[in-house]
Design a protein around this ligand. Structure first.
Ligand code: SF4
Length: 213
C-alpha cells in the first residue's frame, strides 16, 4: 500500500512535469496525457492527432474507437475501464501537425529522441509487466519492425530502462491503413488481441473490474 502510494506520487509528479514539456519547437500542441494511472500495463501510441489536444486525452477520436472496440470484443473491457486501469504513453506526446498532403506528420527522429526520456521514466516508475505498442512507429521503439506480418500476433520479452517486460504489438487502428482489416492482418490482429486478453496483467485488470461492478 505504502509502495503503491509512493509510485502514485512519483507518477503524478511525472505527469505534471510532462505536461509542461516544450522541448520540440515544431510540435503543434502541448503534451497530451491520459493521467497518472498506476498500472502493470502500458499502452504506447504514436503521437496525438489534432483532436486529442482539444479533448485532452489520447486515442480520443476514430483510431481510439477501433482500439477500444478490440479491447471490448477480446478482453471484455470497456473504454472507461481501460482508461482508468492502463497507463497511456506515446512515442511523442504532442501533435506534430499536418503534412502538405493533409496527413498527420510523422514525428522526426530528434523529436522521438527528445520524448523518449518521458517513456523511460514511466517504465522506471511503473515497472510494467506488459507493454502494448500500437502502430509501427511505437513498435519500432522496442523491436525491429520492418514488416507488421513479422511481429503482430507474437509476444516478445524486451528490456528497456533497466526493466524487462512482455511486449505484445498491435497494428495502428487508424482508418488510414487497411492492414488490420484484410488478410493476413485481420487474423494476426485477432491473434494479438487474444494474446493480450490471456496475459495475466490484463486478466488482473478484468478481475479488478468485475470485483468493482
Ligand atoms: S513531443 Fe515530447 S519531448 Fe517534444 S515537446 Fe512534446 S512532450 Fe516534450
Amino acid at each position: 500500500m505504502v509502495a503503491r502510494s509512493r509510485i502514485q506520487a512519483q507518477l503524478e509528479d511525472h505527469v505534471i512535469r510532462l505536461k509542461q514539456c516544450r522541448r520540440c519547437p515544431r510540435m503543434h500542441s502541448t503534451p497530451v496525457s491520459g493521467g497518472a494511472v498506476v498500472s502493470n500495463v502500458m499502452l504506447i501510441g504514436q503521437a496525438p492527432g489534432p483532436r486529442e489536444p482539444v479533448l485532452q486525452k489520447p486515442f480520443a477520436h476514430t483510431a481510439g474507437r477501433t482500439l477500444f472496440q478490440w479491447f471490448e470484443k477480446f478482453c471484455g473491457l470497456a473504454e472507461l475501464t481501460i482508461r482508468s486501469k492502463i497507463y497511456f504513453a506515446a512515442v511523442c506526446r504532442c501533435f506534430p501537425g499536418k503534412t502538405v498532403t493533409g496527413g498527420d506528420r510523422v514525428p522526426a527522429p530528434d523529436e522521438i529522441q527528445n520524448c523518449s526520456s518521458w517513456m523511460n521514466d514511466e517504465i522506471e516508475i511503473l515497472r510494467p509487466r506488459l507493454i502494448i505498442p500500437v502502430g509501427r512507429l511505437a513498435i519500432a521503439q522496442f523491436i525491429e519492425c520492418t514488416k507488421l506480418e513479422k511481429v503482430i500476433g507474437r509476444k516478445f520479452r524486451v528490456r528497456r530502462a533497466g526493466h524487462t517486460f512482455d511486449l505484445i504489438p498491435l497494428p495502428h487502428p487508424s482508418g488510414a491503413s487497411p492492414w488490420h482489416k484484410i488478410s493476413p492482418g485481420k487474423q494476426l490482429t485477432e491473434r494479438a488481441m487474444r494474446q493480450v486478453a490471456r496475459h495475466p496483467a490484463i486478466a488482473a485488470v478484468a478481475e479488478c473490474d468485475r470485483s468493482l461492478s
